[in-house]
Design a protein around this ligand. Structure first.
Ligand code: ATP
Length: 307
């Protein structure tokens, strides 16, 4: 689901003519019978560029998807992502983790409750979505790349003129530079259906390079569940750690190391927050988190903690 929403946001940011993008992405949604409610580029652009510092607050948010109005997907969700902190979302599949990301990106509005940004409590509903998307970056499990060059995939749609030097710098930090320059055409190599096929780990490192270039106030990260080969895994992990440094991060966590290092863990089950605290705090109570962690410790350590 998030992949589709991402493609949608990406198309809209890549093409200057957003009507064209809207047309294209709405077709994607029609195919999946899932229409987004929010018009892109509507809402106001805050006068003060720094009015969003990366922090987000959900207050009693209730939500169901427009296609399934009968089913509550989030029930009374209240949570805080504080500036500079790393918040990990965990819990069983279908619990609502990706939906929280979709609401932060304002692909949908809550049915009730509020989502506010920054210390000045900007109401997310009033904010221009394109502006919002220039302040938030999302690195998903399976990043969607479009059929352009590597350089275009890393830099397109960003506000300022980005030169190759900056793309290279971001790619180095994302551990992507080495494999990119090994392609015959380097940064001009075309990827996607008509070009070179990239591995999952390579796609992720390109998405991380892009996220670094965005220099977002808030990084949304969906950690990979499927094991990459271990060399790629280490390179991706190192790149992710660099991207998270000194930033506000909300991560859908599947690894024990990530939840251990997070400032706070939020456990979601059936659309409700059932536990919340640090890893140590949650391990000291006999709850769902402890069960998830024990299960992972007892199985091979590569198993994600939520499956
Ligand atoms: P996973 O770990 O499997 O990704 P999750 O915790 O991220 O799960 P969500 O993807 O947020 O959970 O899904 C929460 C609920 O909402 C599920 O019941 C799911 O089927 C439903 N859902 C998700 N996206 C949509 C959509 N676009 N339209 C309708 N229902 C949806």
């Amino acid at each position: 689901t998030l992949q589709v929403a991402m493609a949608f946001a990406f198309l809209s940011s890549v093409y200057g003519d957003f009507m064209q993008a809207l047309g294209a992405s709405q077709r994607i949604f029609e195919l999946l019978d899932r229409s987004p409610l929010i018009k892109l580029n509507s809402g106001h652009v805050p006068a003060d560029e720094d009015s969003f510092d990366g922090s987000v607050e959900f207050e009693k948010v209730n939500f169901s998807y427009p296609t399934r109005p009968q089913t509550n997907v989030l029930t009374d969700v209240s949570l805080k992502i504080e500036k500079g902190k790393t918040i990990a979302l965990v819990g069983p599949s279908g619990g609502g983790k990706s939906t929280i990301f979709a609401l932060i990106e304002r692909f949908y509005d809550p049915l009730s409750g509020s989502i506010t940004l920054g210390s000045k409590n900007l109401d997310l509903k009033s904010i221009n979505t394109n502006w919002l998307h220039s302040k938030i970056a999302l690195v998903s499990q399976e990043p969607v790349l479009f059929g352009g060059s590597v350089k275009e995939n890393i830099s397109f749609g960003l506000n300022e003129e980005i030169d190759l030097e900056q793309v290279i710098e971001a790619s180095k930090l994302a551990n992507a530079h080495e494999f990119i320059i090994n392609f015959e055409k380097g940064y001009d190599t075309v990827v996607g259906e008509r070009g070179i096929r990239l591995s999952g780990g390579q796609k992720q490192r390109i998405a991380i390079a892009r996220a670094l270039l965005v220099n977002p106030k808030l990084l949304l990260l969906d950690e990979a569940t499927s094991a990459l080969d271990s060399e790629s895994e280490n390179l991706v992990q190192e790149a992710i750690e660099r991207a998270m440094k000194d930033r506000t991060v909300c991560v859908i966590a599947h690894r024990l190391s990530t939840v251990r290092n997070a400032d706070r863990v939020i456990v979601l089950e059936n659309g409700q927050i059932v536990e919340q605290g640090t890893h140590d705090e949650l391990c000291s109570i006999d709850g769902i988190y402890k069960r998830l962690v024990l299960r992972q410790l007892m199985s091979k350590e590569t198993n994600p903690i939520d499956s």
